[in-house]
Ligand binder design. Structure first.
Ligand SMILES: [Zn+2]
Length: 299
């Protein structure tokens, strides 16, 4: 993925404050695909600014809404994330936001959870229902909240979703009432630190396109405008979650998702081994990796 959404809406783009700490001063970090990624001077979040308009994003995702993406295997990732969830919740109801194919919800259901998905893609929500029998709301979190629902869940997950959102704090605030007291929020996002380190090192050594912005099957997706609007790292993710009224209880490198790209899978494995070594050699104080898995509790 990765072609920009075109020139039509560039004038509609909106300058925004930092989605994590809400301050405005920022420094340009990377220009790519006609978008600018800036770094917040206060909290260090890297984010796309100005942001694409809602219309631009809707067009982009409509173009991406093809059925075949839902058949990509991700079972080992799903099982490993489920194992982390089971440390905190052994039973109850679970809602997955951006539930896609419903594969993750099927995996939770096998462990005894009642499951429900929210998925804006028509093909994804239809696939989840027809292939897995997963109950799914076809639409956005805003649409689900506006439906007047009073449902509550013990587990709410956003796996590789938060980085796509224009206003992640607003979405977490809409989700908070849907989580029972003592329930958990489960988040996976790419870890921008690793992606920045690799890109900046390649730049220093004179590589053209050091962040692989023009490479169709890029090995690192920490920066992927306009699909990824926020590039989190553990520090900024924890700050956002705390600001939205949750208590982080678990923060680790996320399990890897493999796909049909052999060399990308090899690169991920090598990076994963390296970052696991850093974690253990630093006496479990340094969490840096391809992606971050965070679990937070609603008090
Ligand atoms: Zn900030």
């Amino acid at each position: 993925m990765g072609s920009p959404a075109g020139e039509m809406s560039m004038t509609d783009r909106e300058t925004v404050a930092c989605p994590v700490c809400t301050t405005s001063p920022c420094t340009p970090y990377l220009n790519a695909r006609s978008y600018c990624i800036v770094r917040c001077d206060s909290c260090g979040l890297r984010y796309v600014n100005p942001q694409p308009s809602l219309q631009e994003l809707e067009q982009l995702y409509a173009d991406f809404d093809q059925g075949n993406q839902w058949r990509i295997g991700e079972e080992p990732f799903n099982r490993k994330v489920r194992n982390v969830i089971l440390r905190y919740k052994q039973t109850g109801s679970a809602m997955d936001v951006g539930s896609g194919s419903g594969n993750f919800l099927r995996c939770l259901r096998q462990a005894g959870f009642e499951v429900f998905g929210v998925e804006p893609s028509l093909s994804g929500s239809a696939y989840a229902r027809s292939e897995h029998g997963v109950e799914t709301f076809h639409g956005t979190v805003e649409g689900f909240a506006a439906s007047g629902t009073t449902r509550e869940f013990d587990v709410v997950s956003l796996l590789n979703v938060l980085e796509h959102l224009k206003d992640p704090a607003a979405i977490l605030s809409l989700l908070r009432p849907r989580i029972r007291s003592g329930g958990i929020l489960v988040i996976v996002v790419p870890d921008a630190r690793l992606h920045a380190l690799v890109g900046e090192t390649r730049k220093r050594f004179g590589f053209g396109d050091p962040f692989w912005m023009e490479t169709p099957r890029k090995p690192l997706v920490g920066f992927d405008p306009p699909l990824h609007l926020c590039s989190f790292e553990p520090k900024t993710l924890s700050k956002l979650i705390s600001r939205c009224g949750f208590e982080p209880v678990y923060l680790r490198n996320a399990p890897l998702i493999f796909n049909d790209d052999h060399w990308k899978n090899v690169a991920k494995r090598v990076l994963h081994v390296g970052t696991e070594c850093i974690y253990w050699l630093a006496f479990r104080h340094v969490v840096v990796g391809y992606s971050t898995l965070l679990v937070a509790r609603k008090p």
